[in-house]
Design a binder for this molecule. Structure first.
Ligand SMILES: [Zn+2]
Ligand SMILES: [Zn+2]
Length: 318
């Protein structure tokens, strides 16, 4: 099975995104890059170099539905006629601008984010929308855990690896223990467990960090020899990275608990203390990070939580 990594430019802070062409029948691309002219041109060039055209694509598979990964899915599908789009159905909440949903607003209010900040975040996401088209519910096939994407000479096993987003998926080639992991595993940065409504009960928060830790351990159970991430270089030593992630999470966890004073704090307060310089989309990501760690600390009974006027206040356990 020939896996061809293609690096594509994005207008985002994160830099280029990696998409993966499986150069085999049925011709499949895993992730697409955002909807920009530069990206589609770079993708065409990458496909051409491997001997293909966009119109040869038969399957468009998405690791998750963030704009930098899914933006071109619709254009590619339309151009490639009959190409099928696959994405986990827990990603449906991300197909439109995430913060326009009432559920998201509720989660941000509960995290103590001031109204003016919520409005600013909404504006940013309205802006992000231009980089991705949305899909109707009947326009994609849902990826399913432990399913197989069959190819002429083998298959990729679908692994639902939630955490970065609820419907994030990874793809395992068992023959040589290669994994394509999207933003679940990145070489140089620790992925952010993004604040999301729970797909099963949108009035609740998705326990992103707890789910993420399980996903990382699950990937480890396959003893991968090579992991292709959504950004940056491939990872040849997953074991080392796994331990590095865990140490980083433990440090962050201790830091977050250290920011919980006797009189209590909201996730927003903690985010401001941890990342005072964060602006733009990083405000939202810093709140995500704070909530994820506070949630985990609370679920492990390291801190207490009470609801005050619709806002969650974390306190030390007395
Ligand atoms: Zn992402
Ligand atoms: Zn990404």
């Amino acid at each position: 099975m020939r896996v061809v990594p293609i690096s594509l430019p994005t207008p985002f802070y994160i830099g280029p995104v990696n998409v993966y062409l499986i150069a085999e029948d049925p011709l499949t691309i895993i992730d697409t890059g955002p909807k920009t002219k530069e990206t589609i041109e770079a993708l065409r060039a990458g496909l051409r170099k491997a001997g293909f055209l966009v119109s040869d694509l038969r399957r468009i598979v998405l690791t998750h539905a963030h704009e930098d990964h899914c933006g071109l899915a619709r254009s590619l599908r339309d151009e490639a006629k009959n190409a099928e789009v696959f994405v986990h159905n827990w990603e449906t909440g991300h197909r439109h601008s995430r913060l326009e949903y009432e559920e998201h607003r509720t989660l941000l209010v509960r995290a103590g984010v001031p109204d003016a900040e919520i409005e600013r975040m909404r504006g940013l996401y309205e802006y992000m929308r231009r980089y991705a088209d949305s899909f109707g519910d009947d326009e994609y096939t849902s990826l399913w855990d432990d399913g197989e994407l069959e190819f002429e000479s083998g298959s990729l096993r679908i692994l639902h690896t939630p955490g970065h987003t609820p419907g994030s998926c990874s793809f395992l080639r068992e023959a040589d223990r290669t994994i394509i992991a999207g933003d679940c595993v990145l070489k140089r940065i620790t992925p952010n467990p993004v604040l999301s409504p729970d797909p099963i009960d949108p009035s609740r928060r998705f326990p992103s960090l707890a789910e993420y830790l399980v996903s990382l351990a699950r990937l480890r159970s396959f003893s991968p020899t090579l992991v292709y991430g959504g950004h940056g270089e491939p990872i040849h030593d997953y074991e080392e990275l796994f331990h590095r992630y865990f140490r980083a999470f433990q440090d962050r966890q201790a830091q977050v608990i250290g920011h919980v004073p006797k009189n209590g704090v909201t996730a927003w307060d903690v985010a401001l203390k941890m990342f005072p310089q964060a602006d733009d989309v990083h405000r939202f990501l810093s709140v995500s990070e704070a909530v994820a760690h506070l949630d985990l600390a609370h679920s492990e009974r390291k801190i207490g939580l009470e609801l005050k006027n619709q806002t969650e206040v974390y306190k030390p356990l007395s």
